[in-house]
Ligand binder design. Structure first.
Ligand SMILES: NC(=O)c1ccc[n+]([C@@H]2O[C@H](COP(=O)([O-])OP(=O)(O)OC[C@H]3O[C@@H](n4cnc5c(N)ncnc54)[C@H](O)[C@@H]3O)[C@@H](O)[C@H]2O)c1
Length: 296
């Protein structure tokens, strides 16, 4: 595989494009929004600079990586020569199904179609194409250039050959791929989201405060970040939508989202990206304080 197309140049798409370009692949980065493409190139440049300043890359490596990336606003232009497409567009089932239907029509017959979805069924995505054996999940973690894991998700019809190719490719990016089957939340979010939801219930029921809950998990379980702060970073709306996928998919009440989480999302307190969730964030500053709603 040589030519990779990445669809969506937001938080995840720019990181995925960065990593492929760093390891010598030709990357077509595609987004319907030209502003998102400009922002992605600036972010990739900044993140490559950080790798250079840490001595992980040279200036020449950085220039080569940037030279490997071309940008497109039309999917049909960007995927023509792709051996692999990694879709990292907005987490919305209709958007993704439309993208995969289009990809199936316009990509060469050998092209593997991967999705970076956090929660949508790979089997369902594969079923709208005429090549479900070549549809697979490549769930990168945020921030992509730093995080080692790729959860590789086999849909019901994904072939052994395609799975093996993606496992090998992931290792070529110096990542650690882990193969999992396609059930709601896969492995990462099936385990992470109930923990976050339980932390929110613990706060909701008044067992302890925000900082106390996070401190117990940081110092007691050696987690680098407490679950409430992590939820703020992931986005409380994203956590809620993944919990709903687990709840619907398994039909088990243990995944029901905490009413406090539902209320916070409805009120627009979605975590770091909106400036406030369980904590309050000031743009440009690393200082965070407990949100006024949860101050004792
Ligand atoms: N943010 C995370 O921490 C994280 C982690 C793992 C997986 N994911 C998954 O990665 C995917 C992308 O998430 P994100 O956080 O980067 O989202 P984002 O909102 O930052 O970026 C999505 C981009 O997709 C573009 N887009 C939307 N529809 C498109 C289309 N039809 N064609 C081309 N581009 C289109 C948007 O313009 C936007 O720039 C989602 O499926 C998400 O669940 C996110």
């Amino acid at each position: 595989m040589k030519n990779i197309a990445v669809i969506g140049s937001g938080t995840m798409g720019n990181g995925i494009a960065h990593v492929f370009a760093q390891f010598g692949y030709q990357v077509a980065l595609i987004d319907i929004n030209q502003g998102a493409l400009d922002k992605a190139l600036a972010t990739i440049g900044k993140n490559l600079d950080r790798q250079v300043s840490k001595g992980l890359l040279t200036e020449e490596d950085k220039a080569k990586a940037l030279g490997n990336i071309s940008t497109f606003t039309a999917v049909s232009d960007g995927v023509k020569a792709a051996d692999l497409v990694v879709e990292a567009a907005t987490e919305n089932v209709d958007i993704k199904l439309n993208i995969f239907k289009e990809l199936d029509q316009i990509c060469p017959a050998h092209t593997i179609l991967a999705s970076n979805t956090s929660s949508i069924s790979i089997t369902k995505i594969g079923s709208v194409t005429g090549r479900p054996d070549k549809v697979i999940g490549m769930h990168f973690m945020n921030p992509v250039p730093v995080m080692k894991l790729i959860e590789v998700i086999r849909g019901y019809a994904t072939s052994d050959e395609v799975t093996n190719q993606i496992m090998e490719l992931s290792s070529n990016l110096q990542k650690v791929p882990v193969e999992v089957n396609d059930y709601p939340g896969f492995v990462a979010n099936r385990i992470l989201m109930p923990m976050i939801n339980e932390a929110i219930y613990t706060l909701f029921e008044g067992v302890a405060g925000v900082e106390e809950i996070d401190t117990v998990m940081k110092l007691g379980m050696a987690h680098p970040m407490g679950p409430l702060q992590l939820a703020d970073f992931i986005g409380l709306d994203v956590c809620l939508s993944i919990l709903r996928v687990l709840h619907d998919g398994f039909g088990n009440p243990k995944y029901a989202p905490c009413p406090l989480l539902v209320n916070m999302v409805q009120a627009g307190y979605k975590g770091a990206k909106t400036g406030e969730g369980f904590y309050k964030y000031t743009p440009g500053s690393k200082d965070i304080t407990v949100s006024t709603q949860f101050k004792k």
